[in-house]
Design a protein around this ligand. Structure first.
Ligand code: AMP
Length: 209
């Protein structure tokens, strides 16, 4: 199954993709995670994109498309994948169209006030990438990862100024993709407001078990 998860930042795409990856046995390819791994590893690409991610702007299309093209050529992505956070522009969607034939585009629908609450309360384990929320999904012990004991961090782009910018970028650049894929009859909408298990259950309904 070749899937794109579309929706605003904070809609829970990464959380649901982590559940879907196990269930459908397909890789979860998050362009945000790939960029963050480059930044953490101090690679040339990481150095190039670090400030862009910190501001919540988009990395240029050519760089992003090449990174995805390389990733999709890996053996585990041959029979299926979940693309999370890609495409984010029409140019990226056109490029993806040349690479693969998608089965579905899952559109995560969520109100802006809920998005802001989710993003500002989000914390992550810097080692495993596991996602928590201060009130909705807190760790067992305040401020540290359940498994590694590592202090949780707030992503730079989950700070208020960057959140505002990311939502604006989403509306302007990514929102038009819903229509782009609707005209191709690929979109299924799911309500992203309930808990992750409930959202995952509705995903199973639209995708089949
Ligand atoms: P995410 O983890 O999906 O919220 O992505 C974090 C950041 O990575 C975004 O705010 C962008 O700076 C960058 N990024 C991720 N995916 C893309 C993409 N498809 N195109 C351009 N920039 C991206």
């Amino acid at each position: 199954m070749k899937l794109v998860f579309l929706g605003p930042p904070g809609a829970g795409k990464g959380t649901i993709a982590a559940l879907a990856r196990e269930h459908y046995r397909i890789p979860h390819i998050s362009t945000g995670e790939l960029f963050r791994a480059h930044i953490k590893g101090h690679t040339p690409l990481g150095l190039e994109v670090e400030a862009i991610l910190g501001r919540g702007d988009l990395v240029p299309d050519d760089i992003t498309v090449e990174m995805v093209r390389t990733r999709l050529c890996e053996a585990d992505a041959r029979s299926g994948f979940i693309l999370d956070g890609f495409p984010r522009t029409i140019a990226q969607a056109d490029a993806l169209d040349q690479m693969v034939r998608l089965d579905k585009v899952v559109n995560f629908v969520l109100d802006e006030e809920v998005i802001i609450a989710r993003l500002s309360g989000r914390r992550v384990c810097p080692v495993t990438g596991k996602i928590y929320h201060l009130t909705n999904n807190p760790p067992k012990i305040d401020g540290v990862d359940d498994e590694t004991g590592e202090p949780l961090i707030q992503r730079d782009d989950d700070r208020p100024e960057a959140i505002h910018n990311r939502l604006e970028v989403y509306q302007r650049q990514t929102f038009p993709l819903i229509e782009y894929y609707r005209t191709r009859s690929l979109v299924v909408d799911i309500d992203a407001s309930p808990t992750p298990p409930e959202v995952f259950a509705s995903l199973e309904v639209v995708l089949g078990r």
